[in-house]
Write a protein that binds this ligand. Structure first.
Ligand SMILES: [Zn+2]
Length: 437
């Protein structure tokens, strides 16, 4: 399907309608309240969809005739709560119940053929898994904060999130699946760790997507026996970083084997690429029976700059698979560059403290932000009108500023009218009411 065609299910109204339906299925946490849980969740989503810098800003904005109208026409919100109520209610929401909204958006993307051209290495999707911190304080904390006890006696509190993002070496867009928080469980004395979170994340993911052909790409911390056995148990392929300092046994084996092969190539730009590889190498002394395939890569630019990478994988290595495998391994960085950096620096305010809460607020906010980002990424890849509107504003931040300015100042009938206005460069004061009907 041509990229410029508007696919209804993959444009903002279709996606928001589907997400709203999933929110409506979540049991009410406060059945007698005047404002529904769905309106609270949709308001939380709208905060990040509209790139509001704070919940207080959303509170200040929500009560004009224009914004009340627009929250209803664009997000289906009957009544938006004040920031205090919004924090209080979101704090009661168990974050796991939001997983279904991610799954729904992903299945729409898949069914709408939005993932065409996103596979590599025999029809697999690449799933980059990596953690990031998004909250740290010496004072503010909740029941689930991880704790760090410092030598001078003070304690710092922090939250981290493990993200799982579909990436492709040839595409800028990334598609996050439901993330997994790295937290302290109720009553637990020890902090959670990234490895435990990865186990929960990958097990849930496999249950929700039992047939998805996936290659997990991770850094060298994941190249350990227990984690690789988990990946094998879950029928997940892998390309994992390998560092000589952490895998001396593996590197010595490769150095001394007579079967180790080399391959070199200089492309038309003059960049020199060199590989060496070996199938069936024991991972380490402790996991001698666990065999992996080893690939090492050096890239020398015309200026003489050398980049070096090494990975272990369960994909069989042969000369023809080296290039795509190297590109797939390097696409791991997209979870950092295209996901976390975008969330931190491109309008979503990932590291801003939107409120911490006592139970779940901090995690629910991170989930809603990631969900808003997923819907934006789907539009960016699949909605021609969105692409035209974004192109008009040239930079993502300018585009979001324009969306917010129109949201605050003009009555907007629907998303199509909003994006059309931006794409066609109509000044807001000349069209106080946008309607395409
Ligand atoms: Zn906390």
């Amino acid at each position: 399907m041509a990229k410029s065609t508007l696919r209804k299910s993959l444009s903002h109204p279709g996606l928001l309608k589907a997400v709203r339906k999933e929110f409506e299925a979540i049991p009410e946490t406060k059945p007698t309240a005047a404002i529904s849980l769905t309106d609270h969740l949709m308001s939380g989503l709208a905060v990040f969809s509209l790139k509001c810098p704070s919940l207080l800003q959303f509170d200040n904005d929500r009560n004009t005739d224009i914004t009340r109208h627009n929250l209803r026409s664009l997000y289906g919100i009957e009544r938006a709560p004040c920031d205090t109520y919004l924090r209080e209610r979101l704090d009661t929401v168990e974050p796991r119940v939001l997983r279904k909204a991610f799954k729904k958006a992903f299945s729409l993307l898949q069914r709408g053929k939005g993932l065409e051209g996103f596979t590599c290495l025999d029809g697999h999707y690449l799933l980059s898994v990596d953690g990031t911190g998004y909250f740290s304080s010496n004072r503010v904390h909740c029941a689930h904060c991880c704790e760090k006890h410092h030598r001078d006696g003070h304690t710092s509190y922090y939250h981290q999130l493990l993200g799982a993002v579909l990436v492709h070496p040839g595409h800028r867009e990334v598609f996050p699946l439901a993330p997994e928080p790295i937290l302290k469980d109720d009553g637990a004395s020890k902090n959670d760790c990234e490895r435990n979170a990865a186990k929960r994340l990958l097990t849930d993911l496999r249950r929700e997507h039992p047939h998805l052909k996936l290659i997990v790409v991770e850094d060298s911390l994941a190249s350990n026996g227990p984690h690789i056995r988990l990946l094998q148990d879950l029928n997940l392929r892998f390309i994992l970083g390998a560092k000589q300092s952490d895998h001396q046994y593996l590197f010595q084996w490769v150095n001394s084997s007579k079967q180790t092969q080399s391959y070199a190539y200089t492309d038309e730009s003059g960049t020199h690429q060199r590989f060496r590889f070996l199938n069936g190498v024991p991972l380490n002394d402790a996991s001698h029976d666990l065999e992996v395939n080893f690939i090492e890569y050096w890239e020398t630019s015309t200026s003489g700059k050398i980049q070096h990478f090494a990975w272990v994988t369960d994909l069989t290595l042969k000369t023809t698979s080296l290039m795509p495998l190297m590109r797939a391994g390097r696409a791991r960085w997209r979870v950092e560059n295209e996901t976390y950096n975008t969330l931190k620096n491109q309008g979503y305010h990932f590291e801003h403290n939107f409120g911490h809460g006592y139970k779940h607020l901090s995690t629910v906010i991170a989930y809603l932000m990631m969900l808003a980002f997923l819907l934006d990424q789907i539009q960016q890849r699949c909605c021609g009108l969105f692409q035209r509107a974004m192109k008009k504003e040239k930079r993502h931040l300018y585009f979001w500023q324009r969306v917010r300015a129109l949201f605050l100042n003009c009555l907007i009938a629907n998303w199509q009218a909003l994006y059309q206005n931006i794409a066609e460069g109509i000044q807001p004061q000349s069209v106080p009411y946008f309607d395409t009907s």
